[in-house]
Design a protein around this ligand. Structure first.
Ligand code: COA
Length: 257
């Protein structure tokens, strides 16, 4: 794989998103590799739990790759959003526990990926946010659906319309992460949780995840609306301005068109 490092030790698989120069931004190739990785791990009885993390010390995942998003038509952006929804449903419904080891920025698609995992453990330097509004778009990989479930509707809307980031301690207070630990202890903490679960009956663990997921509304209506509204935003002048401004490293000037 070009963008992922995969390893398995003591029944725990680690997926490291490995594009540190781009702060591990999710380009489409990386997302398809993630899909392949989950297919492989699903069939592998040796694997009892999964950790997803980012390469380097600065970033878990700094979002969808903005340079790719900028080139999409409305139809393509809707199809992509739906495709990534399916991938993230696969992670959310995976029958073995999945932890996001958040080692820095978890922004946009990065925060959405972390929220699709069953649990999140953050290092002290982690920062979470849904800054899509800075680009003139909305979260398109499930953020509008999962963030309110984790932190409540009011805080979720505040975070999504301001684009503000929260640090690891605030994420802990909000219930966005399970634990905050020193960077050096991050992988160990995730392994400790998964090692405990790996000693339990795999069917009981899988059924716990399945039953717990069922406590949320599993109709896909909200996700479908998100994909539609995300792609509608990509048709605006504001989106062109927002992405251009990011790539040119200048503030965006939005006009509401
Ligand atoms: N997509 C594509 N490239 C990205 C990216 C993204 N989401 N996030 C960061 N990068 C790239 C930058 O363009 C830069 O590339 P370059 O060195 O070729 O110019 C490199 O990663 C390093 O990022 P940089 O912005 O220089 O680091 P920073 O420390 O100054 O800022 C962030 C870090 C995370 C605050 C900033 O990169 C950022 O705001 N990223 C976008 C976050 C976002 O909007 N995500 C949602 C996308 S839908």
């Amino acid at each position: 794989m070009n963008n992922l490092l995969l390893s398995t030790e003591n029944h725990i698989a680690t997926i490291t998103i490995n594009r540190p120069k781009k702060l591990n931004a999710l380009n489409f190739e990386t997302l398809m590799e993630l899909k392949q990785a989950f297919e492989q791990m699903s069939a592998d009885d040796e694997v009892r739990g999964v950790i997803i993390t980012g390469a380097g010390d600065k970033s878990f995942v700094a979002g969808a790759d903005i340079s790719e998003l900028a080139g999409l038509s409305v139809e393509q952006s809707r199809a992509k959003s739906q495709e990534i929804h399916e991938l993230f449903f696969t992670i959310e419904n995976f029958h073995k526990p999945v932890i996001a080891a958040v080692n820095g920025f978890a922004l946009g698609g990065g925060c959405e990926l972390a929220m699709a995992c069953h649990m999140r453990v953050a290092s002290e330097n982690a920062k979470f946010g849904q800054p899509e509004v800075n680009l003139g778009i909305i979260p398109g990989y499930g953020g509008t659906q999962r963030l309110p479930k984790l932190v409540g509707k009011g805080k979720a809307i505040e975070l999504m319309i301001t684009g503000d980031m929260v640090d690891a301690e605030e994420a802990l207070d909000l219930g966005l992460v399970n634990h905050v630990v020193a960077r050096v202890d991050l992988m160990e903490k995730c392994k400790e949780i998964l090692a405990k679960a790996a000693q339990k009956g795999p069917i009981a663990v899988a059924n716990t995840i399945k039953a717990t997921n069922a406590c949320h509304d599993h109709t896909k209506k909200g996700y479908e609306l998100e994909a539609q509204l995300f792609s509608a935003c990509t048709h605006t002048e504001d989106f062109k301005e927002g992405t251009q401004a990011f790539l040119e490293k200048r503030p965006a000037k939005f006009k509401g068109r």
